[in-house]
Every structure is written in C-alpha cells, then in structure tokens.
Design a protein around this ligand. Structure first.
Ligand code: AMP
Ligand code: MG
Length: 585
C-alpha cells in the first residue's frame, strides 16, 4: 500500500494538471432546471403553452413576428474603424476590427433542423412559433437580413498548434448585430457557415451538417451543464453541396451545408488582440481593449491606471475556472488555439471536441491532432500558453512595471487552477470542509479509474447514486461503471477511506451527500456515438434524434426515461470505439 500511496500522490500532481473542477455554484447562469433536485423525474414534457413561460413572461408578450425584431450594429460600427475595402474576396486586412461582409444565401430548400426554445424565448424574446415560418429560415441562414443588421466579419489572428498563424478572422461567420433583450442583456448574434468573407483564405465559407449538429447540441448541452459557453438558437440545413475530405485521406465527398445561428455576449478572442499587437496597430489595440473592458468587465473602472493589468488578472482567473469546468465534465475542446479562446472565458468554436469516456488524461478527441497537443490532460497547460500569448498582446500597452506584475499574475495561474480543480473534485465526491487526505482520496480514485479504464461520467454519477451501505457491500447491480472500478485491487481500501471521510461530516447524511453529488455529476453528456447517431439521421432529414438529445441534455442531472431507453447512460455501444472525429467541418 505504501508504494501505491507514493504513486498516487504523484498522480494528483499530474492529475491536477488535468483534473476537472467544479463547484457548488456550478449552474450559475444555466436554466432553472439545471440544478433540479428531482432526480427521478420521468421525462419532463415541454410545458404546455399556458400563460407564463419559464422566464415568467407571458407568451403573448413575446415577439410574434420577425419584422418586429431588430438588432443593432451601431455600437461596434461607431467604436471601431471598418475595413475600407468592400466585398467578400480574400485579402490581408489592416487597421480595422471588422470588415463589412454580406452572407451568401444557402441553396434551398432550407429546413429547420433544430431550435433552442430556451434561447429563442429566454434570450431573444421571440415566440417560438416564429421559428416555423419561411422567413425564419432565411433570417437564420443569411438569406435575409434582420432589421438593423449590418453584417460584419471580424478580423483576428491566432497561435495555432503553438505557432503564430497570422491573419485568420471570421472565414465563415457573420456577426449580424446586437440584441438587447427585456432582461437588459446584450447578446451578439452570429451565423456560422454563412459564406465567404475577406477572411475565408482557401475555405468555402460553409459548414457541414455533421459539424453544425455537433456545435448546436454541444453548446446547448454545455450551458445546461453549467459551463460558460456560447449558445445556439437554431440549425438550418440546406441542399447546397459542399466538398469535404473528412479524414484528410484524399477521399473527398459531397456533404450538405448548414448554418447555426449562435449567440454570445461577445465573440472577441485572444487572437482579436494578438493581430493588432503583431501588426503594431497599438492605438487600435488600446481602443479594442477599452471597449471590451467598458462593455464586459463592469467592475474595472475605465479610469483605473492599472485597468489592463486588472483585465489580464481577471482573464487569467476566469480561464483557469473555465478549464476547470471543462475538466469537471470530462470535456476536451480539441482545438485550443488562441483564436478559439474567448476574452470572456466562455467556450467557443465547437469543432472536434469530445467528452472523455474511459478515464485517460491522454484522451485526444481530434484525430487530426497527431501529437496530442490538445489532449484533455494538457488543457490546463495550454491555457497557460494561451494566456502567455495574451500577455504578449497586451505588452505594448503596459508599462515595464505592469509587465513585471503581469508575469507574476501569470505565475499564479497554476495555483488558481489547482485550487479550483481541488474544489471541483471535492464537490464531485460530496466532500465537505477540508481534510488533509482529500487530495489523496481524489488522486487514488482517479488512478484506479485510469487503471481500470472506468467511464469518467458514469463513475462519478454512480458514486452519487450509490448509498453508503451499497458502497460498503460492493452491491453495484446495474452500476456498470462502478462494477468496472471495483475490479481494482485497492478498491475496497479506497471505499473504506472514503466512507470514513464522509462519515466525519457533521450534519450530513448519506442521502444529503447523494443529492449534492447528483447535482454536479451529470448522468448524460454528449458522447460521440450519441452525436453520430443523431447526425446520421439528420443527414437523411430525420431530425428526431437531434431534438431528443437536445431535450435530454437540457436536464443532464435528471434521470429521464427516454434517455435510459436510448442507452444514454449505458455502456457505450461497441461501434462507438471505431468513431473518429477530425478537424474537418
Ligand atoms: P476553426 O478551427 O474552425 O476555429 O477555424 C480556424 C480558422 O479557419 C478561422 O479563421 C475560420 O474562420 C477558418 N475556417 C474554417 N473553416 C472554414 C471554411 N470552410 N471556410 C472559410 N474559413 C474557414
Ligand atoms: Mg475558430
């Protein structure tokens, strides 16, 4: 036992570079059903369209027609110089933040493949009935412009796979405008897959059905898991043919184009600042920074002499938080380039992401990532790399003294992350207070999971569902993940230690522990095989499984009958092992 102890203490040090974290306030910002304590609710049917919606807004108060819906581009257009050149031809762009760019309509017929009622009514104040109109298909895919819209493509750069890649920008996305909703929030609407822009480089400006289904489902699922993320309002599919070599094997196939209407409070990225610093456009860099701080960091005073430093410190903190939250649900982003890292520390640009199944810090979701640069266990370190690049971009506006201080702030990142991870895993195990051996209990469990290749999501979930007595007796009927874990030769040692630890928690019962744990350990995540199965049907114009997944993943902490019948909490099917996801989208 002594030798395994040493291994495990080491494992935590390694694991803390990777481990998940999240915490009690997990579902902040998520919908009210996120933290439901009703764990055994059968399928919650969509509420009848009665008087009040979940936002306590009468349905009849919602906007009933799209010609009454307006967005504004004024703030951004007035704040920044716009590219002087017009037209969607590829070029190097200088001295601006945006280029005007008109979306290219998709070839019809168009179909509404999915819609998020939560976004449509809860953020956009629209009656969901409007999404059934012909108009909506055009507005939400770039064929028609919303009132007030001046579509823009954003100029940004980025470090891709460790190297400066120069100008990137919105090569297939169009900012449509800001919407100020009745809750006083301002959201930026963006189409993805809506055609070429000055930043399309060699791309066609399109996105295919499979990647669009994945972005739609995963961004919504992440929101309901309580992870900061962009949102998706709708998914429109077309008959427009798009060529893709999905696995870069020379096998080019035709697929169909699709557009996701997605939303974020801001789409600015680390790469938005990097391009300005790299091209020595320092006035513009300052302007963008001031704008981001004024609009999105209200606690930082615009007259504060150290405001850029405070901004940096906030992004360092929030990036550590975000990656911690990814780890808490076993999410690997797949392409953690600086152009895919939001300045608001939300998850953006869903591509070849994956939810880890068998616990493995080396899990790489993107089969094109040969070196495993963006493995799940590397995300925390990659976060640090990206923050170094952010600091590099900020340096021209920092004094020498501030640069030194910023470096110190960056040094604190590892600690912030490790503390966060520790908190998160403690919450995942239902541990209250702080005891000396907590890190050891966590590391011990993770090591056993790695040795036995236990499923990450279901091990934690089943630990949340098992009673102390069942755990003590090793009674794991129908608990396949715990069954796997219990094959470890030190499993009973761990159980003894864990049960002793929780027994010392004052005013805490076994069922309190279970309830707390069930609220942070989801039963359902978007596993690749689930997305793939829905995609295969969607490609045949059957969107029922997309809708089913969307519905189920909106309450990932609640056991649901249809999800159980569909096997979403069961051992993944054998064919799932052969699934590959690439960067192609
Ligand atoms: P991503 O890895 O999807 O975040 O994209 C990296 C860069 O490539 C961004 O500048 C995208 O706009 C651009 N890009 C990706 N796919 C396409 C495409 N099909 N057409 C044009 N630009 C693209
Ligand atoms: Mg991107």
């Amino acid at each position: 036992m002594r030798s395994i102890c040493r291994v495990l203490v080491f494992a935590l040090a390694a694991a803390s570079c990777f481990t998940p974290v999240h915490v009690p306030e997990f579902c902040q910002g998520a919908g009210p059903d996120c933290h439901s304590h009703d764990d055994t609710a059968s399928d919650s049917q969509p509420p009848p369209r009665t008087v009040k919606s979940r936002w306590n807004i009468s349905v009849s108060d919602l906007i009933q027609a799209l010609d009454q819906f307006r967005v504004s581009c004024k703030k951004l257009i007035e704040a920044f110089p716009i590219d002087e050149v017009d037209g969607n031809f590829v070029r190097t762009v200088k001295n601006c933040i945006f280029s005007k760019s008109i979306p290219t309509p998709l070839k019809g017929p168009l179909r509404l493949a999915a819609v998020s009622e939560d976004v449509i009514t809860g953020i956009l104040d629209l009656d969901v009935a409007v999404t059934q109109s012909e108009d909506f298909l055009h507005y939400a895919s770039g064929g028609r412009l919303l009132i007030g819209s001046v579509p823009l493509a954003h100029r940004y750069g980025g470090h891709q796979f460790g190297y400066w890649a120069g100008q990137l920008g919105d090569g297939r996305a169009h900012f449509l405008g800001q919407y100020s909703n009745r809750k006083g929030e301002i959201w930026e609407l963006q189409l993805k897959g809506s055609g070429k822009t000055p930043y399309s480089r060699s791309g066609d400006g399109r996105a295919v059905i499979r990647s669009s289904v994945r972005e739609f489902l995963c961004s919504e699922a992440m929101h309901f898991l309580g992870v900061p993320t962009s949102r998706a309002a709708s998914l429109i599919v077309s008959e427009e043919l798009v060529l893709r070599d999905q696995f870069y094997s020379g096998d080019v196939k035709t697929e169909r184009g699709a557009v996701v209407l997605r939303l974020a409070k801001s789409w600015f990225r680390i790469g938005s600042l990097e391009i300005l610093a790299q091209s020595a456009e320092i006035d513009l860099l300052r302007k963008l920074l001031n704008f981001v701080i004024d609009e999105h960091f209200p606690s930082i005073s615009s007259s504060h002499p150290d405001k850029y430093l405070v901004f940096f410190s906030t992004v360092v903190n929030e990036t550590a938080n975000l990656i911690g939250q990814w780890m808490s649900v076993g999410f690997a982003h797949g392409v953690c380039n600086t152009d895919n890292f939001s300045l608001l520390s939300i998850t953006i640009d869903y591509g070849p992401f994956g939810f880890m199944e068998s616990y493995n810090p080396n899990f790489v979701p993107n089969t094109s990532d040969d070196e495993g640069r963006y493995s799940i266990g590397a995300q925390a370190n990659v976060g640090l790399f990206n923050l170094e690049k952010l600091l590099g971009a900020l340096s021209p506006v920092l004094t020498q003294k501030q640069q030194k201080e910023a470096k110190m702030i960056l040094k604190g990142y590892v600690n912030i992350y490790q503390m966060r991870i520790h908190q998160i895993f403690k919450a995942k195990l239902g541990l209250l207070g702080e005891e000396e051996e907590d890190s050891y209990i966590i590391a011990f469990l993770l090591q056993m999971m790695e040795d036995t290749q236990s499923d990450f999501t279901m091990t934690f979930r089943q630990l949340s569902e098992v009673s102390d007595l069942q755990l003590h007796d090793g009674n794991f009927t129908q608990m396949w993940a715990l069954d796997d874990l219990s094959l470890h030769k030190h499993f009973t040692d761990w159980v003894r230690m864990y049960l002793l630890r929780v027994s010392r928690q004052r005013n805490d019962t076994g069922s309190d522990r279970q309830n707390r744990m069930r609220n942070v350990n989801p039963r359902y995540v978007l596993r690749n095989w689930m997305a793939e199965s829905a995609i295969r049907k969607a490609e045949m114009n059957d969107f029922s499984e997309v809708a089913q997944l969307h519905h189920i993943l909106s309450s990932p902490f609640v056991t649901q009958e249809t999800a159980e019948e569909a096997g979403y909490a069961a051992r993944p099917p054998l064919w799932a092992e052969r699934l590959k996801v690439s960067c192609s989208s």
